[in-house]
Design a protein around this ligand. Structure first.
Ligand SMILES: Cc1cc2nc3c(=O)[nH]c(=O)nc-3n(C[C@H](O)[C@H](O)[C@H](O)COP(=O)(O)OP(=O)(O)OC[C@H]3O[C@@H](n4cnc5c(N)ncnc54)[C@H](O)[C@@H]3O)c2cc1C
Length: 415
């Protein structure tokens, strides 16, 4: 798109992973985006994320890889066990990284946020905190106006909705609805830190029970983020007064290092999330508004890909804007053509994997575990590389639309 003729004013609602990475990608192409974030300051909550090689491709393209390397861990393997400690196979992350040509990083969310904000500041991107959008409407010329809680409003040429999965104002404007769907399980998340090693090696450890799961991810041996999960009805998905004790008791009989990791987590720093996702939308745009990240396509955490896909959005959107000769409609169409099938597939895979993970029936769990144990590690890597690399110019990734599997679920699908 011609940046001179279209002296494009770009407003981005939401300064999370999607909003900030889109801002950085657009700035690199010469645009001057401005970010509006509802929080009063940089987010300090949340545990961590694993940035798989498809995300690292984008991080490198955005010039962030060195900083992520400095704050992140490099996991070499993912090991699965059942709740009694029996091995259920795993994933050779080193092989995945070599196959896809980029590393996997594990990072604390607040550190990732710091890197993104630091780069935004150096690139001269204004990030306005304390700006909560409350509604978007069309003006008399059919252009979107975003209104903020403090009574101000903006009317940019392009308004990007990166305001997350739970209460996206932009999604409401584009799709008429933004009702997230509870998927039947809760996550407790936390970060454990100790003066000594909490885990033996740089691995992701995934423990599967019946209706329960515990995953822990090393950033360094003495710094580990974790997510415990349990299937529950929504009316029971509420934080209790002592979640530390609750989680400790729930997983007391599970293998180490689970108990040590929970004990090494500050008492008041465990957060409960009632896990929701969103139905795929038939469109991500309306007038001059485009949805990106979780606001457009929030998959369950079981997909392992939400943040990775937010980063991919940033890379693709910048290219679509640059490649378009016409107006925004052409940009939005090109973006949707590239992004909808992959993100819808990953969302569906997140659900399928969660159904298996949170099954309570012993026979279903037994079949699930047997499949996991029997899975072929080399084929697993090829499947993930094809699925996660789809649409990106990276080795091992498929570029076409023929990718059917390609997520964690396809390694041990039980349906
Ligand atoms: C427990 C858990 C573990 C996860 N682990 C992984 C993982 O390992 N790997 C991975 O790739 N993904 C993971 N994800 C998914 C990932 O966190 C999300 O997909 C990612 O954060 C999406 O980024 P986003 O910027 O679209 O949304 P968000 O991170 O939710 O950011 C949205 C931003 O918009 C702001 N905002 C919201 N409403 C408004 C408003 N009205 N006005 C202005 N600002 C607003 C919010 O304050 C926030 O800063 C995990 C998710 C969960 C819940």
């Amino acid at each position: 798109m011609d940046k001179e003729n279209f002296s494009v004013e770009i407003g981005i609602l939401g300064g999370g992973i999607a909003g900030l990475s889109v801002a950085l990608a657009l700035r690199k192409q010469g645009y001057t985006p401005r970010v509006y974030e509802r929080r009063a300051g940089p987010a300090t909550m949340g545990a961590g994320v694993t940035l798989w090689p498809n995300a690292s491709f984008v991080l490198k393209e955005l010039g962030l890889q060195q900083d992520i390397e400095a704050i992140g861990g490099r996991p070499l393997t993912m090991r699965r066990q059942d709740a009694a400690g029996n091995a259920l196979g795993g994933l050779d992350i080193g092989l995945l990284d070599r196959t896809m040509g980029y590393p996997t990083y594990t990072v604390l969310r607040r550190h990732l946020q710091e890197v993104l904000l630091g780069h935004a500041a150096r690139a001269g991107i204004p990030v306005e905190f304390g700006r909560q959008a409350v509604a978007i409407e069309l003006d008399a010329h059919g252009r979107a106006v975003a209104h903020f809680e403090n009574g101000t409003s903006i009317r940019p040429d392009l308004l990007i909705g990166a305001d997350g999965r739970m209460k996206s104002v932009a999604r409401k404007f584009v799709a008429g609805d933004n009702t997230p769907i509870y998927q039947g399980f809760v996550n407790w998340i936390g970060v454990a830190q100790a003066p000594h090693a909490l885990v033996e090696d740089m691995s992701i450890q995934d423990f599967w029970g019946a209706g329960e799961r515990f995953g822990c991810v090393a950033i360094r041996p003495e710094l580990v983020y974790w997510a415990a999960a349990q299937a529950r009805p929504l009316h029971e998905a509420i934080p209790t007064a002592d979640m530390h004790k609750e989680v400790e008791n729930l997983f007391a009989a599970w293998p180490e290092p689970i108990s040590s990791i929970i004990r090494a987590t500050p008492e008041n720093a465990i957060r409960l999330i009632a896990v929701h996702d969103l139905e795929p939308l038939h469109t991500w745009s309306r007038a001059n508004v485009l949805l990106v990240g979780d606001a457009a396509h929030a998959p369950l955490p079981t997909s392992g890909q939400g943040a990775c896909q937010a980063l991919e959005d940033a890379w693709h959107l910048a290219r679509c804007l640059d490649g378009a000769s016409g107006g925004l409609e052409e940009v939005f169409q090109a973006f949707a053509e590239i992004r909808t099938s992959k993100t819808a597939r990953l969302a569906e895979q997140g659900r399928a994997f969660a159904r298996g993970l949170f099954a309570k029936d012993p026979e279903t769990c037994r079949i699930r575990n047997e499949r996991a144990k029997a899975s072929d590690p080399v084929r697993d890597v090829q499947v993930l590389a094809a699925g996660w690399g789809q649409g990106l110019p990276m080795p091992g990734g498929a570029d076409g639309t023929s990718v059917k599997g390609g997520g964690f679920d396809s390694l041990y699908r039980i349906e």
